[in-house]
Design a protein around this ligand. Sequence first.
Ligand SMILES: *Cc1c(COP(=O)(O)O)cnc(C)c1O
Length: 363
Amino acid sequence: MIPISKPLLGEEEQAAVRRVIESGMLAQGPRVAEFERAFAGFIGVNHAIATSNGTTALHAALLAHGVGPGDEVITTPFTFMASVNSILFTGARPVLVDIDDSFNLNPELVEAAITPHTKAIMPVHLYGQPANLGALDQIARRHNLALVEDACQAHGAEFAGRRAGSFGTGCFSFYATKNMTTGEGGMITTDDEGIAQRARMIIAHGMKVRYYHETLGYNYRMTDLAAAIGIEQLKKLPAFNARRAANAAWYDQHLANIPGLITPSVGPDRTHVYHQYTIRITPEYGLSRDALVEQLGKRGIGSAIYYPIPMHRQHSMRAYSVGELACPITEQMADEVLSIPIHPSVTESDRLVIADALISARQ
Ligand SMILES: *Cc1c(COP(=O)(O)O)cnc(C)c1O
């Protein structure tokens, strides 16, 4: 069986966790501070704030920017529910704008969706490819809006030589399937001292000084156990990402001439960290996507559809007012996308098996 994702932890993580257990300091302590410093350095920002997961990072980042009831936040309907839920948690209204064929927000449509209520733009760097951060950063500046990047799938990805998560306020996830993991975990990155201070308070019950609560806050803190794993994973991340990129380059070449199968494209000025390698199965392929998933499964190949239902069509969203614009590209991509194994443990023989299955399934 070739799984669609596989966390890679070794002796280093085991030893680091053992040292935390032996220290007796299990909650937020020296390892969290060390992980924050290392991650801030990696992204190229002044501040990083560790959180309990990526969703809480997004929620706290929006709150730190003052997003609340009456505000609108522009984001994409082609994402994981956490992006939109984090907006709903603040009481703000998500405004969903269509994507382009890079699977990311279309900046032109973003600008057209801005109203006097718009407070923030939340691009999602889907599958590990940065959205058009140059254009979105300009739009945010021109309209005086916060830019909150959902970089939960984009650890180490770059736009114009700068890391995703360093343009606006970056939010990362260290869930088990991501490019690096702490089991569950998250991080907020920013150059803005004020945002960093507010985020730090919001994730700790609104306290700066212990038991003096200045604002409503939550317990969204990371543990030293998780941070100890994160420090080791961060050291390995460049090698992990290089293996993902090498697998992707191989697929790009070997899946290029299959009729009806479209390989992912990378926009200008971007480095893609391939959290997912996502192909499109179009009618010309001759076999439905569902039938292909079944064929792959029979041959022991894991695959997955990220994501089959756009956010504006989710049942949970019926209770909320959502700015739902026409999203034809999102609808099309939701019907066509299929992610195949790309993680660092995928070997050359795995790739051959997968490519052969994709070629022969349509015959
Ligand atoms: C994983 C993910 C999140 C949420 O992260 P968790 O750590 O699972 O809370 C948010 N947005 C996107 C795009 C993600 O992939």
